[in-house]
Design a binder for this molecule. Structure first.
Ligand SMILES: Cc1ncc(COP(=O)(O)O)c(C=O)c1O
Length: 402
């Protein structure tokens, strides 16, 4: 069994100094209490924790890791940028170079605006939509970050602000229609995570587009999570539905912070006077990283590799669970899969995730996983062997506990 003593000690000390024990939402206490894990280094599809344990990572830092940790191509581009200068008080040609590349790839991208972090981009899209439509209300469906409009019932959010956001159900046109009809002419934008769970049913996204257009509400696909994984043009390319605006972040810079709002020319041009500028929107490491990442994905057809490897993992896990006689199956789609255990199998699932972690696999029990081209055949084969042995061990553990 792996030791995580150093991690545990670090976490005890960090709790007194850091809100949540560390940066952001890297939740501790997962997987049967056998985390937290402090990561100290990564390479390819793996990272190593503070106790020297290696994990094959299927969470990919919650999505940014698109072409693997320490990718030599991306990191060389970033190092070159470090040598040339990280930020200036005037524009840099690479901002234009990346914009050209993305405008060629993303259907809804005629123009774009840079941000830091996915939350910055989604809030930027909301501000642009409010300015362009002259409306205050916002519809949302999915997770869009931590800012007030996106967390309307959260602690610390003024009620007057939260009241302007309405959530609608995914893949449910009636839910959207009802919301739009309840405040006719008042919704600026529908912020929609176009891919969730298993994905939308056939007609949903086209129906959403039509409904929004008929109410004068802009449609923004929040592709912060799905972007560059399903297709280089985003999930909108796969779905064949082009929204008015879209947001991207996470995978774009393979771990370096870069995010953006992209949109149709007629909308973006109207937003020219909206104040969405910040000091670090001019930071170049993310831009250099994004150029290298997306070019590498294009040159190597990284998206096809993601689909192939994700399918191999999903099919393999289904076989493993079937052979073990366990009611669990793969869910999601190949670029963002997960594993779903049947009713009443919570304890078995906990034991399985603990056992896979003991076998160097970092599956997140709650969050969808991400597949990268760094998940090679060898790595997936090992993952499946380890999963077969982990589910047998988990079955033994739960049988003994009864
Ligand atoms: C779909 C979506 N939108 C927005 C965000 C917020 O991005 P960030 O956490 O980079 O602020 C996330 C983060 O998980 C996300 O998944």
């Amino acid at each position: 069994m792996r030791s995580i003593e150093t991690s545990e000690e670090l976490f005890e000390q960090a709790k007194a100094l850091l809100l949540g024990g560390g940066q952001g939402h890297k939740r501790p206490g997962k997987v049967n209490g056998r985390y937290p894990v402090y990561a100290v280094r990564g390479k390819g599809a793996s990272f190593w924790d503070a106790d020297g344990n290696e994990y094959i990572d299927y969470l990919c830092a919650f999505g940014p890791m698109l072409v693997g940790y320490g990718n030599p191509v991306v990191d060389a581009a970033v190092k070159a940028q470090v040598d040339e200068g990280v930020i200036f008080n005037i524009h840099h040609p690479k901002e234009l170079e990346l914009a050209r590349l993305l405008a060629r790839l993303i259907p809804s991208c005629d123009m774009l605006s840079y941000f830091t972090g996915g939350s910055g981009a989604t809030t930027g899209a909301v501000k642009i939509a409010r300015a362009v439509t002259g409306r205050d209300r916002v519809l949302r469906c999915g997770y869009h970050g931590w800012h007030d409009w996106a967390d309307p019932d959260g602690a610390g959010v003024p009620k007057v602000v939260g009241a302007l956001t309405t959530a609608v159900r995914y893949d449910d046109l009636e839910s959207l229609r009802e919301a739009l009809d309840s405040h006719p002419g008042e919704y600026a934008v529908f912020m929609l995570e176009a891919f969730q769970g298993q994905g939308p049913s056939e007609e949903y996204l086209a129906g959403v587009k039509e409904l929004c257009a008929s109410h004068g509400t802009l449609l923004c696909f929040d592709e912060v999570k799905s972007g560059f994984r399903f297709a280089l043009g985003g999930y909108q390319e796969v779905a064949g539905v082009t929204p008015d605006l879209s947001t991207f972040g996470k995978a774009l810079g393979n771990g370096y912070d870069v995010a953006m709002v992209v949109g149709k020319k007629e909308i973006m041009e109207q937003a020219a006077n909206v104040w969405v500028a910040a000091t670090f929107h001019g930071q170049l490491l993310g831009v250099a990283a994004a150029l290298a990442t997306i070019r590498l994905m294009e040159e190597t057809d990284g998206v096809s590799i993601i689909w192939r490897q994700g399918k191999k993992l999903m099919d393999g896990l289904d076989e493993v669970m079937k052979a073990a006689g366990v009611d669990a199956h793969s869910t999601g789609q190949a670029p963002m899969p997960h594993l779903s255990f049947g009713e009443g199998l919570g304890e078995l699932a906990d034991a399985f995730y603990d056992e896979t972690a003991n076998r160097r696999i970092y599956f997140d029990p709650w969050h969808n996983w991400f597949i990268s081209p760094a998940h090679t055949d060898e790595i997936i084969d090992y993952t499946l062997e380890a999963s077969a042995s982990a589910i047998r061990a988990a079955l033994d553990r739960t049988a003994r506990a009864q």
